[in-house]
Design a protein around this ligand. Structure first.
Ligand SMILES: Nc1nc2c(c(=O)[nH]1)N[C@H]1C(S)=C(S)[C@@H](COP(=O)(O)O)O[C@H]1N2
Ligand SMILES: [Mo]
Length: 254
């Protein structure tokens, strides 16, 4: 994020609340300061999402984290949502215990990389017990283990002009993006373990991005590619998020 003072952030964020006549001016200020989320489409919906996004970004400056739970609070029967890939290529990878699976890191990085599961497991691991909340209203609590995305990005070397991180699933209709502060947050994990074991296929094996500060759809399963970019809308999919066409918001902070 560029160097903006906390006060400037508060002014831009809260200017939107002051509303009424100052609304369009506030949106203009927010846009100039990079506080308009990339998924914003229409002027009306855009204001609401901008308000949520910019005020959350102000709060984040104080180091907010997703709530963590005790191991005893994990859900006995978590619900996998959306079936796993069933194509022959995925079946082959699965049969080989994902030894041939790779996660590529590309875009605005100094060192593009192609990482195996063994590579990811060799990096410093991190775990958290957090709630995965679907926009449909259900949720479950589980322990997630992986390597912080910040570590992987650090290895690849993020270029100064980078602002967003896009990530794509083996399932072509699933991709998402988050901004750099979310990507660098210590709870954002490139996850390969769940509840003390390997990440089960229905929950995203071999690797899922776990973004516990946002709704479930940002935690994309079976990820194969991470792209660092300065414009989350400019990619082969033509949108910052797969969730946008049905009308979900790009920023899904909870
Ligand atoms: N590849 C992929 N990722 C996905 C989905 C999916 O169907 N495919 N569903 C999303 C939605 S809407 C939610 S709420 C969570 C569900 O996570 P779960 O399957 O662990 O319950 O995964 C998200 N990531
Ligand atoms: Mo969801």
């Amino acid at each position: 994020m560029s160097r903006i003072s906390r006060r400037a952030l508060i002014n831009a964020g809260l200017g939107v609340v002051v509303g009424g006549t100052g609304l369009s001016a506030a949106v203009r200020i927010a846009r100039r300061r990079g506080l308009i989320p990339p998924g914003t489409t229409g002027p009306i919906l855009g204001v609401g999402e901008t308000l949520t996004y910019s005020s959350q970004r102000v709060l984040m400056a104080t180091g907010s984290a997703a709530r963590e739970f005790d191991r005893g609070q994990t859900s006995a029967k978590p619900n996998p949502n959306g079936g796993p890939p069933t194509d022959p290529a995925f079946e082959r990878l699965r049969a080989g215990k994902f030894a041939d699976w790779r996660l590529s890191i590309d875009g605005l990085v100094a060192r593009p990389m192609s990482l195996s599961l063994a590579d990811l497991r060799s990096y410093p691991a991190s775990s958290h017990i957090t709630e995965l909340a679907c926009e449909e209203g259900w949720s479950y609590i589980a322990e997630w283990t992986g390597v912080p995305l910040s570590h992987v990005l650090g290895l690849a070397g993020v270029k100064p002009e980078a602002r967003y991180v896009l990530y794509y699933s083996h399932q072509a209709d699933w991709w998402e993006s988050i901004d750099l502060p979310e990507a660098m947050h210590p709870q954002t994990l490139v996850t390969y373990g769940m509840n003390g074991g390997e990440l089960p296929v229905p929950f995203g094996a071999p690797v899922r991005l776990r973004v516990p500060r946002q709704l479930g759809y940002k935690s994309v399963k079976h990820i194969t590619r991470i792209t660092v970019t300065d414009d989350a809308n400019k990619n082969s999919k033509g949108a910052a998020s797969a969730a946008l066409p049905p009308g979900f918001s790009w920023y899904a902070g909870i």
